[in-house]
Design a binder for this molecule. Structure first.
Ligand code: AMP
Ligand code: MG
Length: 373
């Protein structure tokens, strides 16, 4: 499928109503519009039109088993997409909407099953970005919108990221500048008792607990250590062969620094080029290495790290390196609430490849995994 992709520039604070109207008509006609939200860019289609929704899955090459989030102009429209809405939704909406919180509710009869990958639930959010809000208001439709990237690529936080992945596959792309939060929304399932946190994201979990005292927060994703990855020979690496393999380093600062120096030298001797994603403060420590350094932002500023995380992942992936090493963010820095979301995205970017830098055997494991790749 190819289509002529139209790029429309908009003022992120005061989008031109005439430009918004063109995109609203495009959505009403069952076509695809990529637009900025405060989290990441979304790939939107009319959520009430099964054929339009199917175009989202096709354009992204997203498995039809992965459900979409439906975006609304305001909480007043919840009845159009959901039924049996529990009373706590009104308190959550008043506190968090518009904003980066997604609620999973019972799906209403007008929402076609493919939006929710066949489930009888529907995920709903009211975005805060003025462009998203203007578009949702102008078309007066619930809009299904996953992140506007190709499946398994980092989420897009600029219009250029959207074009890099989806040019020729989407009808309109808005350019409203870089997104501000940069990480996807927090997802909570209210159809389960007690409610469950399905994805950490831009919303403050402490504030959520105040309204949902029984919220169940599953433990962080199971950390696969290097020996386990090695035990499944190359399977994870092979599956993601088109992308540079990325390894998440766990351990104290001093061990990590020693490990990175040793790993870059050893990889260099094997003819492999390394990219390193590190806090800005650590640049000087690696200046003498044959490695590509990309800064994640100031070490203790999680809002900045979160805002640029996906852009930095795309950047390091574009440098032609063979291996990417990244330091996680410390739990001690979680004050702003984004720590769990950042760790979650890094863990997924690593596809579970986590290396314990305090274990002397880890360097050999890394060399074995990268020579298999
Ligand atoms: P994306 O919009 O690409 O950031 O992904 C949407 C996220 O919301 C995914 O993690 C989905 O699994 C989740 N999600 C969407 N709809 C549902 C649903 N009905 N039930 C559970 N999770 C959902
Ligand atoms: Mg996504």
């Amino acid at each position: 499928m190819t289509t002529a992709t139209q790029l429309l520039h908009v003022d992120p604070h005061q989008p031109d109503p005439a430009v918004i109207a063109v995109a609203a008509q495009t959505l009403a006609a069952g076509l695809l519009v990529a637009f900025p939200t405060e989290t990441v860019y979304g790939l939107g289609a009319n959520a009430l039109d099964a054929a339009a929704v199917a175009r989202i899955f096709a354009a992204k090459q997203r498995p039809t088993t992965d459900p979409l989030i439906v975006h609304l102009a305001s909480a007043d429209q919840l009845d159009r997409v959901a039924i049996d809405i529990p009373p706590v939704v009104h308190a959550l909406a008043a506190r968090f909407w518009p904003g980066p919180l997604t609620l999973v509710l019972r799906r209403g009869p007008d929402v076609p099953p493919n939006v929710s990958a066949g489930r009888d639930t529907v995920a709903v959010r009211v975005p805060a970005h003025p462009v998203a809000h203007a578009l949702l208001t102008a078309c007066n439709l619930p809009i299904a919108a996953p992140s506007a990237n190709l499946f398994s690529r980092p989420s897009p936080t600029t219009a250029q990221h959207v074009l890099d992945d989806l040019a020729g596959r989407v009808d309109i792309v808005f350019d409203g500048g870089p997104t501000t939060i940069g990480l996807e929304s927090t997802v909570i399932d209210l159809t389960q008792t007690p409610p469950v946190l399905l994805r950490p994201g831009g919303a403050d979990v402490t504030a959520l607990h105040a309204l949902l005292p029984d919220l169940r927060v599953p433990a962080a994703p199971l950390i696969t250590d290097a020996t386990e990855v090695a035990a499944a020979p190359g399977s994870l690496l092979k599956h993601y062969a088109p992308h540079t393999p990325l390894f998440l380093l766990r351990g104290d600062d001093a061990s990590a620094m020693r490990f990175i120096h040793a790993a870059v030298r050893a990889l260099h001797e094997c003819g492999q080029r390394t990219g390193i994603l590190i806090p800005d403060e650590e640049f000087a420590a690696y200046a003498d290495l044959h490695a590509e350094l990309v800064g994640l932002g100031p070490a203790h500023d999680l809002a900045t790290i979160g805002r640029y995380l996906f852009a930095r992942l795309r950047e390091v992936d574009s440098l032609g390196v063979d291996v990417i090493l990244v330091r996680g963010v410390a739990e001690a820095d979680d004050g702003g609430g984004l720590g769990p979301a950042i760790r979650d995205r890094l863990f997924r970017a690593a596809e579970g490849r986590v290396l314990d830098v305090t274990d002397p055997a880890t360097l050999q494991t890394l060399l074995r995994l990268t020579s298999d790749a």
